[in-house]
Design a protein around this ligand. Structure first.
Ligand code: SF4
Length: 225
């Protein structure tokens, strides 16, 4: 029998390309800054299982774009999808792709939609702060004041959307975090282990490939734990 898992692995295989200092991505900036710093300094190839999870995210996003483009949904118009995004700032570049720009025909309102696939759509009562930060940055860059983080359950296609209004302060905080990251990388100064210091972000540590390095560099005792 043909090994279909192998076919999928072959299809999704990409050469590992370490990230370059000076090129940054909006989807990452709401996460732990130390983890992000380590990912530039000590790159680790993405595990095949994770590549598959990302691909499921792409498949879900393509489906949602198709739904918004559908003639059966002619009260909305998909103005753009996978819109290239670039900000040049203080010697570095932030770039990525904005998921979807939707026009609500009745109100004439434009809505930026950031699509996130999830295993359980009911697991949260609000949009996750790192997703909101990513969306705020996009709204800031293209001047659209209304957005939504749209969670889509992978197994059921059930959705949950959280409306987000543009907030200049959050967009500025995101830009400031890119500045901090860039300066840390240039000066080779490891940022503090922010997820371990913030109860709301502690969950990030359980998915972190750099946990051992982080604890070696800053033992709990130094954080007063
Ligand atoms: S273990 Fe936690 S605090 Fe340390 S780098 Fe990873 S996410 Fe950040």
């Amino acid at each position: 029998m043909i090994d279909f898992d192998k076919l999928i692995d072959n299809h999704l295989f990409r050469e590992h390309r370490p990230k370059k200092i000076g090129s940054y991505y909006p989807s990452e900036i709401g996460g732990c800054l130390r983890k992000l710093y380590y990912s530039y300094k000590y790159p680790i190839p993405i595990q095949p299982e994770l590549v598959k999870i990302f691909e499921v995210g792409n498949i879900v996003h393509n489906f949602i774009a198709e739904v918004m483009r559908s003639e059966k949904n002619n009260h909305v118009q998909l103005l753009d999808s996978e819109l290239p995004f670039k900000i040049e700032l203080n010697g570095f570049v932030i770039s990525g792709r904005i998921d979807d720009l939707l026009l609500i025909k009745e109100s004439g309102k434009k809505l930026l939609v950031e699509v996130k696939s999830t295993s359980r759509v009911d697991s949260t009562d609000e949009a996750q702060p790192h997703h909101v930060m990513q969306l705020q940055l996009y709204m800031h860059a293209i001047g659209v004041k209304d957005g939504a983080v749209l969670y889509v359950e992978k197994n059921t296609l059930k959705t949950r959307a959280f409306p987000i209004e543009y907030h200049e302060g959050i967009a500025a905080e995101a830009l400031n975090r890119f500045n901090m990251l860039h300066n840390s990388l240039k000066d080779e100064k490891t940022p503090s282990p922010e997820a371990r210091k913030d109860h709301e972000k502690l969950w990030m540590c359980s998915h972190c490939d750099y946990k051992d390095r982080c604890f070696r560099e800053t033992p709990d005792s130094e954080l007063g734990k």
